[in-house]
Ligand binder design. Structure first.
Ligand SMILES: Nc1nc2c(c(=O)[nH]1)N[C@H]1C(S)=C(S)[C@@H](COP(=O)(O)O)O[C@H]1N2
Ligand SMILES: [Mo]
Length: 445
């Protein structure tokens, strides 16, 4: 009797399961390893495409794809070994490929539809002027558990704070090695700031705002008794190493101008493992991949250009690239986050308010936010309090729309006079730009 491909598939699945189980005890995973091999050996444009399609759930999907690929190859191999393999192997290969494609497609569709459902179900609220709802609907800080996570490795390192050391090396070779206790004893401050990924796109939430505990890097050097370079000293790069092997570099003047700091806490608590426990660097004006190494183990001042950053080796500009200024719509009335890629318009009341956040950390902070309805003029929105250039700023505006479908667009104006251009450029190579647009539909009264 000819074995069914299903039997091969089941056997392959069981085999992968057993291997995963055996490896799990040692904290390893064949699915993760395979995912990493895929990322490391894919050309940059393909990786970029994957990141855009999958948003922040790229890791679970990569695991699923690894699993599907393993099971598919096991099935094909099994069928080949069996008699009368020709037809079966062709069919199973097709099935395997179709399966992987279906998984990817399902994920993309789900990503588009989930927020849509939320927006459709929520009831339109009172107008902005009726209460504080509009401000509340755009939270000032991103809850730690909702804060985006981006790692270059499939499995984030778990650093033992007791064994962890940070090596700080000055330009003259002088060194200081500090542990978590010594760091905690320094003069740490608490400040709010945003952190953004270079892959953030208009309307996306691959950035967040939180209160952080830490101190500016020049102050860290001084506190450790190390010489602090001149703020304009372009002959030096700061080389930052993470426990996962990631290396980032910044010209020293950037460290000073962009206010990079070492942080140990987030939201009044120690950093979580996924956000870089026990310490990371944070630079609001620079995307995470340029100015925000997590699980930092070494900070070294080296001659400019002498060390190549991991991202530069993978094809990103030496930069550093700055966080593009942008405004985002977070709510319509009290209706939550509009869909990332709307398939249909969000229903709103004719007098609903609209609110959101805007940021311009590399351009002197937010000076204004403008809202545009359809082809109308840009109209200034009302701004909430200003926490400084490193924080995002909330905005809100009333709506008074006739029945029908309309498009809302928002743009950010920065403190240094830059106005968001809305070019529609993609994240690679210097960060995305584009107006966040939302289709709204006002029912006939
Ligand atoms: N060591 C290390 N640091 C890292 C990364 C990483 O993979 N390893 N990812 C970077 C990227 S691409 C971004 S956007 C931010 C994300 O920080 P978060 O995960 O705390 O939001 O961390 C940066 N720092
Ligand atoms: Mo990132």
């Amino acid at each position: 009797m000819r074995p069914l491909p299903l039997a091969h598939a089941a056997r392959s699945l069981a085999a992968v399961g057993l291997v995963e189980l055996a490896l799990a005890a040692r904290g390893r995973s064949v699915l993760d390893d395979l995912g990493e091999v895929v990322i490391d050996h894919s050309p940059l444009p393909l990786v970029e495409l994957g990141v855009q399609l999958m948003g922040t759930t790229d890791k679970p999907l990569l695991r699923l794809q690894s699993l599907a690929a393993l099971v598919a190859s096991g099935t094909v191999l099994g069928a080949r070994a069996a008699p009368g393999h020709g037809r079966v192997s062709r069919r199973t290969t097709t099935l395997g490929v179709a399966g992987v494609a279906a998984l990817a497609a399902a994920r993309v569709v789900l990503a588009r539809q989930q927020p849509q459902v939320r927006a459709e179900l929520a009831r339109p609220s009172a107008a902005v002027s009726d209460g504080a709802d509009a401000w509340d609907a755009s939270p000032m800080v991103t809850p730690v558990e909702d804060f985006y996570v981006t790692d270059v490795t499939m499995r984030a390192p778990v650093v033992d704070a007791a064994a962890w050391r940070l090596e700080v090396e000055a330009a003259d070779g002088a060194r200081a090695v500090v542990d978590a206790d010594r760091l905690a004893g320094l003069d740490l401050q608490e400040r709010q700031a945003l952190l953004a990924c270079v892959h953030n796109r208009p309307g996306w939430d691959r950035l967040g705002q939180q209160s952080w505990t830490g101190l500016p890097l020049p102050d860290l050097l001084a506190a450790l008794g190390l010489p602090v370079p001149d703020a304009e000293d372009e002959s030096l790069d700061l080389v930052m190493e993470g426990a996962d092997g990631l290396v980032m570099t910044l010209p020293w003047p950037e460290v000073v101008v962009r206010r990079s700091w070492l942080v140990t806490g987030m939201g009044g608590r120690p950093l979580t493992a996924s956000h870089g426990h026990p310490a990371r660097v944070l630079t609001a004006g620079l995307p995470g991949q340029y100015g925000g190494p997590k699980w930092v183990t070494a900070l070294r001042l080296r001659p400019a250009g002498s060390v190549t950053a991991s991202w530069v080796a993978r094809g990103w500009p030496r930069g550093p690239v700055v966080v593009p200024l942008m405004a985002r719509i977070d709510s319509l009335g009290t209706v939550g986050m509009p869909p990332r890629l709307p398939l249909r318009a969000v229903r709103v009341g004719s007098r609903d308010g609209v609110s959101g956040v805007a940021w311009a950390p590399a351009h002197g902070g937010v000076a204004g936010v403008d809202l545009r309805v359809d082809d109308g003029p840009w109209v200034a929105a009302e701004l909430a309090g200003d926490l400084g250039p490193d924080s995002w700023r909330r905005w809100r505006a009333p709506l008074d729309l006739p029945p029908g479908t309309h498009e809302l667009a928002v743009r950010c104006r920065a403190g240094d006079g830059t106005v968001q251009a809305g070019t529609g450029r993609p994240p690679y190579p210097s960060g995305a730009d584009g107006f966040h647009r939302v289709q709204v539909k006002v029912a006939r009264a």
